[in-house]
Design a protein around this ligand. Structure first.
Ligand code: PEP
Length: 251
């Protein structure tokens, strides 16, 4: 049985005061929830103050990115060890904005997945097709390529640390949500591919989140799909009442 997992990706939003206030309100609002794993991923500069606000809570901390090298001359980057050091449990990698705005490749994302697992962080490994892929009928080809290339060299044992997030790019921040059926189709395809790569037992244990304009009003129908194990939430994660409502719907 896979425990549901919801994560909030705050992206490049909040400031020092509002980040702490958001985290503190969520901690208060969601105390006692133990049937859903929860995490928030604030901007890097607020990770430590959010960590303090969450210290007595059941909400885990995640980063929005990570670099694969341990240390050295990599200006502007942050290592897994640094993130562990300040209390991060999770790290998002392969987010579509990093793939398509910052130009990250499958090869780079694969290095991040491997480094995160070796460094004791739990990857939230994002994949998803663009609108032209969906319209051109190549969704499964694109997503399966991202999965295979992003997981090169990752063993079955290591795979148990990974959450996959399926985020159709055309649904991110656009207000367009994949229908529950569209989400389920791709989630089932991903789980089938994981079974080919790692065997059925591992495939059945890996959590696959959906992301793309998830909000309180569509949480129940998305979560009702057999292969949707949680949500990666952008915009709605910035509002205490929305994120809390989604957690409570799932719980
Ligand atoms: C995201 O960026 O991971 C995301 C799913 O954003 P939104 O919920 O705003 O579409």
């Amino acid at each position: 049985m896979r425990k549901p997992f919801i994560a909030g990706n705050w992206k490049m939003n909040t400031d020092s005061a509002s980040a702490v206030a958001l985290a503190a309100s969520l901690a208060e609002e969601l105390k006692g929830v133990d049937t859903v794993d929860m995490a928030v991923c604030p901007p890097f500069v607020y990770l430590q103050s959010v960590a303090a606000a969450l210290s007595a809570s059941n909400i885990a901390l995640g980063s929005q990115n990570v670099y694969f090298e341990e240390k050295g001359a990599f200006t502007g980057e942050t290592s897994c060890g640094m993130l562990k050091d300040i209390g991060c449990a999770y790290a998002i990698m392969g987010h579509s904005e990093r793939r398509h705005v910052m130009g990250e490749t499958d090869e780079l994302i694969n290095k991040k997945v491997a480094a995160a697992i070796s460094g004791g962080l739990l990857p939230i490994f994002c994949v998803g097709e663009q609108l032209q892929d969906r319209e051109g009928g190549t969704t499964n080809k694109v997503v399966s390529g991202q999965i295979k290339n992003g997981l090169v060299g990752i063993s079955a044992e290591q795979m148990q640390a990974v959450t996959v997030a399926y985020e159709p790019v055309w649904a991110i921040g656009t207000g367009l949500t994949a229908t529950p059926q569209q989400a389920q189709e791709v989630h089932a395809m991903i789980r089938g591919l994981l079974a080919e790569l790692y065997g059925n037992e591992i495939a059945q244990s890996v959590r696959i989140q959906y992301g793309g304009s998830a909000k309180p009003g569509n949480t129940a129908e998305l979560m009702a799909q057999p292969d949707v194990d949680g949500l990666l939430v952008g915009g709605a994660a910035l509002k205490v009442e929305d994120f809390a409502a989604m957690v409570k719907t799932i719980a």
